[in-house]
Design a protein around this ligand. Structure first.
Ligand code: FO1
Length: 312
């Protein structure tokens, strides 16, 4: 069994490639829910949805989030009547949020709803939220603009403010009281390989590690954990991972990622562009494997998945 720690787009791409080279039902993805939000009375789980849509072949490759062939009738009408328009929900995507919110209101857990949604979309891999309890990433801005709170919710930082403002610190609200979702610790303990997907180390993988028990379970399987650096030649291929690393005092490089992950990642796969860092990474006690990591299409993602599996 293969376990993957997953954030949004980078994880979704790698997992879409992975399921072309292994039996999809052998894959369990533990997904970040620190990005979740409530908007228009709906519970939205962006990373769970990004991974689900990618595995169902429904992902919108133009935006990197949401559903392919999307239409925007509801969003346009919401905007016309003065509703919150900064976080765009497409018509097809809305069905997911309506279903999730209704089932949660009936008392289903987020894991149960996720299993129902993935089954309905024909996804054979197991998707598990990191926790059924709410854990929310909160971002403290270094220089809040006038009228802005110093601490904002993740999607306010990421989408409404365009992840353009420097960050002073982060916290994962609710983490202390959260428990790993059912099956998470068991899956990590039983996995032949645990893949840490090329997701943002700070705001995608960080929240997963904040759930009590998960880091401990990973440390115990360190020799089976393979990370993929989301930083290539000092930059994030997508999103603010490089800036966030720097702003929070880390090095924005594959070596910086290795330093962060060294306690629980036994092997780190880095891009060919970063080959010169391999020695310094190995000096940390992290095995280093060099391979092409840029996933321009599913075939490249499948090659990366094979390299990850081959690294163990
Ligand atoms: N990202 C944006 O940049 N703008 C949006 O309006 C937006 C809407 C949205 C709706 C549903 C969903 O599942 C994701 C959405 N995202 C949007 C992406 C999301 O904010 C981030 O990519 C993830 O949270 C980071 O992994």
């Amino acid at each position: 069994m293969i376990v993957a720690l997953a954030g949004g787009v980078g994880a979704a791409k790698l997992l879409a490639g992975l399921v072309t080279v292994v039996d999809p039902s052998d894959v369990t993805a533990v997904v970040n829910t620190g990005d979740d939000l409530e908007l228009h009375g709906l519970h939205i789980s962006p990373d769970i949805d990004s991974v689900t849509y990618a595995l169902a072949g429904l992902d919108n490759k133009a935006t990197g989030w949401g559903v392919v062939d999307e239409t925007w009738t509801v969003a346009e009408n919401l905007k016309a009547i003065g509703g919150a328009a900064w976080f765009q929900l497409g018509d097809r995507d809305l069905a997911t949020h309506l279903f999730r919110t209704q089932r949660l209101s009936e008392g289903a857990s987020l894991s149960e709803v996720t299993a129902e949604l993935t089954a309905a979309r024909g996804v054979r891999s197991h998707l598990v939220p990191m926790s059924d309890q709410p854990v929310r990433t909160r971002v403290t801005l270094a220089e809040p603009p006038p009228g802005e709170e110093r601490e904002v919710a993740f999607q306010d930082y990421f989408v409404r403010l365009g992840h353009a403002l420097p960050v002073a610190s982060l916290r994962f609200s609710g983490a202390e009281a959260a428990r790993p979702a059912p099956g998470v610790l068991e899956a990590i303990a039983a996995a032949g390989v645990v893949i840490c997907c090329p997701s943002n180390p700070i705001v995608s993988i960080g929240p997963i590690l904040s759930v009590p028990g998960i880091l401990h379970a990973l440390v115990a399987r360190r020799d089976r954990v393979v990370g993929v650096s989301p930083i290539v030649a000092g930059t994030a291929l997508r999103g603010p991972a490089d800036r966030l690393l720097r702003e929070l005092g880390h090095e924005a490089s594959a070596l910086g990622v290795a330093r962060l992950y060294a306690p629980w990642v036994g092997t780190l796969l880095i891009d060919e562009a970063d080959e010169s860092l391999a020695g310094a990474i190995e000096a940390l006690g992290v095995r280093c494997v060099v391979a092409p990591t840029v996933m321009t299409d599913t075939a490249r993602a499948a090659d990366l998945a094979k390299a990850v599996l081959g690294a163990i």
